[in-house]
Design a protein around this ligand. Structure first.
Ligand SMILES: NC(=O)c1ccc[n+]([C@@H]2O[C@H](COP(=O)([O-])OP(=O)(O)OC[C@H]3O[C@@H](n4cnc5c(N)ncnc54)[C@H](O)[C@@H]3O)[C@@H](O)[C@H]2O)c1
Length: 317
């Protein structure tokens, strides 16, 4: 008696939203509410997922809805609503379409779940996380993006496949904005504690870095009608778990900088400690001059994208 299951609202029941619901249900993180504007879509996907729960013995409720009331009292709100890329598009090309959607859903979700931590996926994610921060007025710890976790998962998967080793033993960090200028930190990548640079030739590492950078575009190019969803959903689920279970996971994610790395007033990918209540701390890693230059170029790109926002969303006045 008295124990309450966690409640996770996922806004957007498209490819990433539904897949995140799937991963979260599989991990029994809590009850899942899938919200979308399209009538029938969240209800249909949620019902299908609910009907799958007996197969794996999962004690979770899954509800699909077009009504904000159903999202009330959520512990975590994940925002995936908005358009994905089409072949040839950059993430930044989505800004004009997506910021209105993200601003609206963030405000509506906050009304019903004033204590939630918000995790933002919609692209361009560094800018959209900032929009959520502005619209909700929440403390920066409670608004975090998802990007670096996915980029790092991709880098780890490619390294493990190249070496023929377990993905579990590969650790890697990708920092900076979630775009072509992201910064895979090769120097810090390790395989079972051994530096990656001791195991692979520089040309091979360069190839894996390039594939990581264009990992999203590679999938968009193959799918043609949408972008990646399994790995983004898995990355989101890991972040939701870190928050709900107060795990203190150390992972890269777009977080709001207030002086860290000499930057302020923007979201970009940095290592954070994620637990109950959101971002516990931003970790500052030492960088070589070259890494720092790449990180700053990436931050400049985020700022340039932010300048496309209207003034009330934090764009230039
Ligand atoms: N940050 C990352 O690493 C990352 C990874 C993958 C995808 N993304 C981004 O996530 C977003 C979603 O991708 P997807 O593949 O799930 O797209 P999708 O088109 O499959 O799903 C988006 C859903 O949002 C819904 N939606 C639109 N306006 C809404 C509103 N006002 N309220 C509620 N729902 C609304 C749509 O009806 C649709 O079902 C895209 O912007 C994509 O670029 C980011």
């Amino acid at each position: 008696m008295g124990a309450r299951r966690f409640k996770i609202t996922i806004v957007g029941a498209g490819a990433t939203g539904a897949t995140t619901a799937h991963w979260c249900a599989l991990s029994e993180l809590g009850d899942v509410v899938l919200y979308d504007v399209v009538e029938g879509l969240p209800q249909g996907k949620a019902l299908d997922l609910l009907e799958a729960t007996p197969a794996a013995g999962l004690d979770v409720e899954v509800l699909g809805t077009n009504r904000w009331e159903d999202t009330a009292g959520s512990d975590v709100v994940v925002i995936t609503a908005g358009s994905p890329r089409k072949p040839g598009m950059s993430r930044r090309d989505l800004l004009a379409v997506n910021y209105r959607v993200v601003a609206e859903v963030a405000a509506r979700a906050l009304e019903r779940s004033p204590d939630a931590v918000f995790v933002v996926l919609t692209n361009p994610v560094d800018v959209m996380a900032y929009v959520v921060l502005r619209v909700t007025g929440l403390p920066p710890a409670r608004v975090v993006g998802q990007a670096g976790m996915l980029d790092s998962l991709r880098f780890r998967a490619f390294i493990a496949a190249e070496l023929g080793v377990s993905v579990r033993d590969v650790s890697a960090l990708v920092l900076g904005g979630h775009g072509d200028s992201m910064v895979p930190m090769v120097r810090l990548a390790q395989v079972g504690g051994v530096p990656l640079t001791a195991l692979l030739a520089p040309e091979t590492i360069a190839r894996l870095v390039e594939r990581t950078r264009s990992g999203g575009a590679e999938i968009v190019g193959l799918l043609k009608t949408g972008s990646a969803f399994y790995a983004p959903g898995a990355a989101l689920c890991a972040m939701v778990a870190a928050i709900l279970r107060d795990q203190g996971r150390v992972l890269p994610a777009p977080a709001y900088l207030q002086g860290e790395y000499g930057l302020s007033g923007l979201y970009t990918g940095v290592p954070i400690i994620l637990g109950a209540g959101g971002v516990r701390r931003i970790i500052e890693v030492e960088m070589t001059a070259e890494e720092r230059a790449a990180f700053m170029r990436s931050a400049d790109e985020v700022r340039a994208a932010m300048a496309e926002l209207p003034a009330e969303m934090g764009g230039p006045r």
